[in-house]
Design a protein around this ligand. Structure first.
Ligand SMILES: NC(=O)c1ccc[n+]([C@@H]2O[C@H](COP(=O)([O-])OP(=O)(O)OC[C@H]3O[C@@H](n4cnc5c(N)ncnc54)[C@H](OP(=O)(O)O)[C@@H]3O)[C@@H](O)[C@H]2O)c1
Length: 332
């Protein structure tokens, strides 16, 4: 496993990391969650990404049990705040009172006194950006988080955040990024790089679509994410005939390069220096090991050109999950 520095921080994160979104919030059995997480340690993965909202605390609780058995300095832990945490409509967002409450709840579930990275899961257009930044800064001052990041902020929101916080405060951006969703390349990558902000990208395998397990015109295979009632919630984001057909065109390219499709897809994401880590999901420990093997794989210019041709215009016609809120940026 290779490691990259996350933005302007001193965090050295594994190129392949593990996320807990649909899987470890209850999508798979507890013993499989443990097996996947331990497989990550075995494979040299040191970076784990979760969120308060994943299973409304369930994913953090599951990892709190497992990760706390490892020395705290042997893993880099990231969580997020913003999502709806209960049926109370006010129990969400990035107001200072919510951030203060949610960081303590996350730390209690994760059985630790600090996270390495605390991320605003989305932008909150109902709270003045100055209030959000001050509240996040306070979390760092209190020693409850070492660094701050954001996820799926628009370029305007990123600029407003930097304007208020200065270029030092945020070290990471977490956008969706894969062969099937390339939008952040256009503006987010460059803007962030100029400000010391690294990318940790989510769903780099397009939720499994880029592994080739789903075939056009064939039933969804049993035991896969899109066969699951609880985990197939975001199917419309990546699962289209056009996407499945593009993946079929990628298969011979992977073959010709002596790679599996998941390795090709992850190495493709990691070809960009702006990307510090690809946050993968896994329902089985074998997947963790297979995905970890993509670290250090270099793709030739010929392979990259063949991928572009095979993908055609699929990436630009995709959709993203929970599109970034374009609505206004509230100021004090
Ligand atoms: N910031 C955000 O808004 C946001 C949003 C979404 C996700 N995320 C983060 O990104 C993480 C990863 O998201 P994701 O789970 O969608 O990532 P992904 O890596 O694109 O997809 C993971 C799924 O693909 C299948 N898979 C993975 N490796 C495989 C392999 N080698 N062979 C065959 N199938 C394989 C597994 O599903 P099956 O075995 O069930 O088919 C697995 O659960 C999340 O856990 C979370 O931390 C963040």
């Amino acid at each position: 496993m290779r490691y990259r520095t996350l933005g302007s921080s001193d965090l050295e994160v594994s190129e392949i990391s593990l996320g807990s979104w649909l899987t470890y919030s209850g999508g798979i059995e507890a013993d499989q969650t443990r097996a996947c997480t331990e497989a990550a340690f075995d494979a040299g993965i040191n970076f784990f990404d979760t969120a308060n909202v994943y299973g409304r605390g369930a994913a953090e609780t599951a990892w709190g049990e497992i990760l706390s058995a490892h020395p705290r300095d042997s893993y880099i832990l990231a969580t997020k705040v913003w999502g709806q945490m209960s049926d109370d409509p006010a129990d969400k967002g990035l107001a200072p009172v919510q951030i203060a409450r949610q960081i303590d709840a996350s730390l209690a579930r994760l059985k630790t006194d600090h996270v390495d990275l605390y991320q605003a899961h989305r932008f909150d257009p109902d709270v003045p950006i100055e209030d959000t930044v001050e509240a996040l800064q306070k979390v760092v001052e209190q020693g409850k988080a070492r660094y701050l990041g954001f996820s799926e902020w628009t370029p305007d929101q990123i600029r407003a955040g930097i304007e208020v916080a200065g270029p030092e405060l945020f070290v990471s951006s977490q956008p969706q990024y894969s062969m099937l969703w390339q939008a952040p390349e256009a503006e987010v990558f460059g803007l962030c790089e100029a400000n010391g902000i690294g990318q940790i990208v989510w769903s780099p395998l397009a939720q499994g679509v880029l592994t080739g397990k789903y075939r056009p015109g064939e039933p969804v295979p049993e035991g896969s994410r899109f066969a699951s009632e609880t985990m197939g919630v975001a199917r419309e984001v990546v699962y289209s005939d056009a996407a499945l057909e593009a993946v079929q065109r990628l298969a011979p390219i992977a073959d010709g390069a002596g790679l599996t499709l998941p390795t090709l897809a992850l190495a493709w994401v990691l070809r960009r220096g702006e990307v510090a880590s690809a946050i993968t999901g896994a329902s089985r420990p074998e997947q963790v090991h297979a995905n970890a093997a993509a670290s250090g794989v270099e793709l030739s210019d010929d392979v990259l050109a063949a991928c572009d041709a095979a993908l055609g215009d699929v990436p630009v016609t995709g959709q993203t999950l929970a599109p970034m809120a374009e609505s206004g940026i509230k100021r004090r």
